[in-house]
Write a protein that binds this ligand. Structure first.
Ligand code: NAD
Ligand code: TYD
Length: 351
């Protein structure tokens, strides 16, 4: 084990993290992959049953907010590279409890940066701190334009403000201490294993259960959607080939107004469930808007395309069909994550 490169992935039991862990464990037997996760409501080891017994995989249950625990683990396992995904990730929850987002997204990131710096400060050669971030740090776009890597930060929600802050700290550690880093800012992900609090899995689950589909405001908000496995491939590329101290924007070249996306989802669900055309659309219900709701996000992903040759591999229609199939086949997973605390969250958020 000692001659293997030791790689820490934080938040690996979550949605995107589990796809990244799987890709790295399967593709890089020469790495020892440590998945560090607190297993909050969003973390679920059922996402990783297919790799849990691989010899190059180790799970560490830990909290990035716990400074002592984190520095002890860095000293013990000598992580040479970090891919940092652990975060509180849902905008609506950040409106309810902003401080939880500061604690995990800002202080938690600081604890990782400090532990990494303290371990390697005398020799940063061949080390890397890769911070995974979001396009939401750039704020909102009007009807036109795209976010580039040079767009100024202008976050509007407690979630995006906490992610922006963590991005700034990563860069500051690079400038101040010479810590080797790379950052990527990605658009909205969708796909297998996403917790059903985000738009697409929430609506899939509600359609299955004939429950209303709560569209915020008039539904004329635009997001740029990327299939999660394409994000994991982009992370692999940036990790191995990205230039140090740089940012890469990752996006789907795939903008959808929420209401148009919901119509497409309803049509695909009717097909898959053998329901009469138009059945799911009847569930659409316009509800009170989210405060501070960003109108539009859209990424200019030309830098990662030109420099690293990355582009999405599936169309939205294909990715959405794969996603729906997965949720329909994994009713046990869906039942586990929607029992208990989820019911309380749902009542509070939507009633
Ligand atoms: P997620 O909420 O599904 O998973 C987050 C994971 O982090 C969970 O496994 C959770 O248990 C773990 N975690 C939370 N707090 C922790 C703590 N204090 N200590 C250790 N582990 C903790 O999130 P996701 O959607 O997979 O997002 C992963 C990362 O990607 C986040 O940093 C997010 O900001 C970023 N991102 C997400 C999207 C998206 O569309 N989901 C888009 C761009 C960027
Ligand atoms: P979400 O999946 O929460 O991602 P983000 O806020 O990070 O973009 O929401 C995607 C879009 O869908 C966003 O414009 C808010 C909207 N939305 C609804 O209309 N209803 C809902 O119940 C949810 C969760 C989101």
């Amino acid at each position: 084990m000692k001659d293997k490169k030791s790689i820490l992935i934080t938040g690996g039991a979550g949605f995107i993290g589990s796809h990244v862990v799987r890709l790295f464990v399967n593709n890089y037997p020469e790495y020892q992959i440590f998945n560090l996760d607190k297993l909050t409501y969003a973390g679920n080891l059922e996402n990783l049953t297919d790799v849990e017994n691989k010899p190059n995989y180790t799970f560490l249950k830990a909290d990035i907010n716990d400074e002592t625990q984190i520095s002890t683990l860095f000293i013990k396992y000598k992580f040479e590279a970090v891919i940092h995904l652990a975060a509180e990730s849902h905008v609506d929850r950040s409106i309810e409890d902003p401080l939880a987002f500061v604690k995990t997204n800002v202080i938690g990131t600081m604890n990782l940066l400090n532990a990494f710096k303290n371990l390697w400060k005398n020799n940063f050669n061949n080390k890397l701190f890769y911070h995974i971030s979001t396009d939401e740090v750039y704020g909102t776009l009007g009807k036109t334009g795209l976010f580039t890597e040079k767009t100024s930060y202008d976050p509007n929600s407690p979630y995006s403000a906490s992610k922006a802050s963590s991005d700034h700290f990563v860069r500051a550690y690079g400038e101040t201490y010479g810590l080797p880093y790379v950052i990527s800012n990605c658009s909205n992900n969708y796909g297998q294993n996403q917790f059903p609090e985000k738009l697409i899995p929430l609506f899939i689950n509600n359609i299955i259960n004939n429950k209303p589909l709560p569209v915020y405001g008039d539904g004329n908000y635009t997001r740029d959607w990327l299939y999660v496995k394409d994000h994991a491939i982009a992370i692999d590329l940036v990790f191995h080939e990205g230039k140090k101290s740089e940012t890469y924007n990752i996006g789907g070249f795939n903008e959808w107004k929420n209401i148009d996306l919901v119509h497409l989802l309803c049509q695909q669900m009717d097909d898959k469930l053998n329901r009469l055309k138009g059945t799911s659309e009847k569930l659409i219900t316009f509800v009170k808007d989210r405060p501070g709701h960003d109108l539009r996000y859209a990424i200019d992903a030309s830098k990662i395309h030109t420099e690293l040759g990355w582009k999405p591999s599936v169309t939205f229609q294909e990715g959405l069909a794969l996603t729906i199939d997965w949720y329909l086949e994994n009713d046990i997973w869906l039942n586990h994550v929607t029992s208990g605390a989820y019911q309380e969250y749902y009542q509070k958020q939507y009633h």
